[in-house]
Design a protein around this ligand. Structure first.
Ligand code: 48F
Length: 265
């Protein structure tokens, strides 16, 4: 046994650590493969929606292709780490316990790292199951093209040379899928590629119009598939909004409320 200034670390062997990791992950992942709500994208809208649902007792799995969560919420735009939120979106910052100051009537600014890390922690504390470094590569379809889940693979697989990356994906089934993949609207796009829906893409910037419209149009875009956040703008051809985050929060909350009704929770 070795020791240090704080005492000695508990006993462990290398094989034991490996076995514990595999066992814990396998059991946890088994529980993820069937869920109430499956959210693609861990940006501000996806995290707010996931937290809201999980804290009301809904089983939520969130899939994020990056190693880190937060999407565009780590920076307020143009590599500046302050985030702007227009009222009434600031209520979400208050709820998360994020400090902010009012810099113009109804416009507040917060530190992006503080706001983003609080939001991630809140989603984890609510019980959201998170699969990071995991990319959505397709949708699962049932009768009448209802979206019934997502096809996923580990993100690093897509960086491998093709000759060594013939690795089949796996799938997660869900009662409802949420597209929170931002401007890409990656899940809606999988349907559009098959001619099942159309996707106009977002229009040029107009913050005042965009934030209201994104919240208003948040909802089901197809059976089994709900859009929130900037995916709404891409799905409906709405203007983009730039670095203003109130609509991302309120779209996430509206999406969660629609799903609570839908799932009778
Ligand atoms: O882009 P993102 O932050 O989307 P959002 O929640 O918020 C948009 C704002 O950040 C900002 C804005 C308005 O304020 O214009 O851009 O709508 O987060 C989207 C997340 O989805 C992930 C991506 O890595 C990001 O973290 N994502 C995108 N495609 C996939 C994905 C995919 N195919 N599989 C898994 N994750």
């Amino acid at each position: 046994m070795t020791s240090n200034e704080f005492g000695s670390f508990s006993h462990a062997t290398e094989s034991q650590i490996t076995r514990l990791l595999v066992g814990e992950f396998a059991g946890w992942f088994q529980d993820c493969v069937e869920t109430d709500v499956l959210i693609a994208g861990g940006g501000p809208s996806g995290l707010v929606c996931a937290r809201e649902l999980a804290r009301k007792g809904v089983k939520v799995v969130l899939v994020e292709r990056n190693n880190y969560l937060g999407g565009g919420f780590w920076s307020g735009g143009f590599l500046m780490n302050k985030v702007i939120v227009r009222a009434p979106g600031d209520a979400v910052l208050s709820d998360l316990g994020v400090p902010f100051k009012e810099v113009a009537p109804g416009i507040v600014v917060a530190e992006a790292p503080h706001a983003c890390s609080r939001l991630i922690a809140a989603a984890c504390e609510a019980g959201v199951r998170i699969l990071n470094l995991t990319s959505v590569e397709d949708v699962v379809i049932r009768e009448n093209n209802r979206v019934a889940g997502l096809v996923i693979n580990w993100t690093p697989v897509y960086s491998l040379p093709r000759q060594i990356s013939c690795i089949d994906p796996v799938a997660i089934e869900a009662q409802v899928v949420v597209d929170a993949t931002g401007h890409e609207a990656a899940i809606v796009r999988h349907l559009a590629d098959r001619g099942i829906v159309s996707i106009p893409g977002c229009h040029p910037m107009w913050v005042e119009k965009s934030e209201d419209e994104v919240v208003k149009r948040t909802g089901f875009v197809h059976p089994g598939l709900l859009v929130i956040g900037m995916s709404v703008a891409s799905a409906y051809g709405l203007p983009r909004m730039g670095p203003s985050f109130g609509a991302m929060f309120l779209s996430g909350i509206k999406g969660a409320n629609i799903l609570l009704d839908h799932l009778n929770k």
